[in-house]
Ligand binder design. Structure first.
Ligand code: FDA
Length: 378
């Protein structure tokens, strides 16, 4: 095992030559546990008795990654890279081997996203989450997307190096299929790009799991086209409504459906939820399913036509980007507030404003997104 020969003090000394001390946390540092837990998704792997890292390096620069690799090799301390901490077995921050002395290289602060709309490309650092990328792409252009998973907190480092499967996979493949270039720190501490790493390593880090080959700092990815309006549905069938027959049939039907259609089924006894995303409008979707999968009984009324990357909103997930109040005289303007208000409350916004008009017509209780009183004329 590595512990016999690893020299922890020398390792920490080596790090301190290049990395500011506040970025190197050891169990003796007060915020060590906070940082360790910051992206742990499965608390099983931090129960008492779990082997913990001897240090966590919270890298903010590529050179910190290089230094950690070089010092780790020099002083026989293994390095485990963590981007989003979603590893199903916790391998990015815990070891099964009680003897292993390892450090965690935490990339959460390396999360810059640069989007080039013209070229439909982006450079994304490994610590960026899928949700951050989806948001940035959506804000830059409504018809561009990136094929990746459904959980917004999963991060690029692990996701892309392991594959990346999501609702655009039938049409555009995995996230890893849409990587054009990458920057990798290798075992010698060099930074390599696609041309200097060569096609074999470039192939390996797109599905082989990044952790065996180096530390991927960032990824250049291809963005893909989606229509402005897509159609989704969820159809629930119970066991006593032939759910079992439908699941059996779905296994034959789904792989042969047009690639614009992603139809999955979530089975939770005693029900099956058939959930679809179609890169097109409702009419065509109904036509396809009535022909290919009539037993599902999908009709026009199941459809919801929405924009890609849609932003559903809910007042308890408050978001001032939707709009803020403006005064008219000394009272919040109802007309202006409608912009954000109807997004949260739809038709109920007017009713809420009517209640406000009755109980607080002078608008005493107000803030940036408080309900305005409904004007008397309304
Ligand atoms: P984490 O940081 O734990 O890394 C995972 C592995 O990759 C570790 O071995 C780590 O060392 C290595 N690694 C991380 N960053 C690296 C880097 N920069 N360079 C080299 N190696 C690196 N998958 C999917 O395809 N579709 C989906 O919809 C989902 N949904 C989903 C939801 C939830 C709640 C979880 C917990 C997981 C998923 N996944 C998924 C699985 C997910 O894609 C997988 O666990 C990824 O490896 C997670 O990447 P993170 O960077 O978040 O994890």
């Amino acid at each position: 095992s590595s512990s016999a020969s690893s020299d922890v003090d020398a390792f920490l000394g080596c790090l301190s030559a290049d990395i500011p001390p506040r970025l190197v946390l050891t169990p003796a540092t007060s915020n060590y546990s906070e940082l360790l837990l910051s992206s742990v998704r499965n608390l099983r792997y931090v129960l008492p008795g779990t082997v913990r890292p001897l240090a966590i390096v919270a890298a903010t620069e590529a050179t910190h990654v290089q230094t950690t690799v070089i010092c780790g090799r020099r002083h026989s301390v293994r390095v485990r890279t963590r981007s989003g901490g979603h590893d199903y077995e916790g391998l990015s921050y815990a070891s099964l081997d009680p003897q292993q002395q390892f450090a965690v290289l935490d990339l959460a602060e390396l999360r810059t996203i640069r989007i080039d709309v013209e070229r439909a490309e982006a450079w994304v650092e490994s610590g960026a989450s899928l949700g951050e990328l989806y948001y940035a792409v959506g804000a830059a252009n409504r018809t561009l997307a990136f094929p990746a998973g459904s959980c917004p907190t999963v991060c690029f480092g692990g996701h892309l190096s392991g594959g990346g499967f999501g609702s655009l996979a039938r049409k555009y493949g995995l996230s890893a299929d849409n990587v054009l270039d990458a920057l990798v720190v290798d075992a010698q501490g060099r930074i390599l790009d696609r041309s200097t790493m060569g096609e074999e390593l470039f192939w390996a880090i797109r599905g082989g799991g990044g952790e065996s080959f180096g530390v991927v700092l960032s990824w250049k990815v291809r963005l893909v086209r989606v229509p402005e309006i897509v159609t989704v549905f969820g159809i629930r069938r119970f066991r006593n409504q032939s759910a079992i027959d439908l699941i059996t049939k779905w296994q034959d039907v789904a792989p042969a459906l047009p690639r614009d259609l992603y139809l999955r089924v979530l089975v939770q006894n005693p029900q099956a939820d058939f959930v679809a995303l179609f890169l097109g409008r409702c009419d065509r979707l109904v036509h396809i399913l009535q022909r290919r999968f009539p037993d599902l009984g999908m009709t026009q009324s199941d459809c919801q036509e929405i924009s890609w990357n849609p932003r559903a909103v809910y007042v308890n997930y408050r978001d001032l980007d939707l709009g803020t109040n403006e005064l008219e005289g000394n009272v919040t303007s109802y007309e202006k507030a409608k912009v954000w208000g109807e997004k949260y409350f739809k038709g109920n916004f007017e009713r809420l404003a009517a209640v406000k008009g009755k109980v607080d017509p002078d608008d005493f209780f107000r803030n940036e997104q408080s309900i305005p009183p409904l004007p008397a004329a309304k």
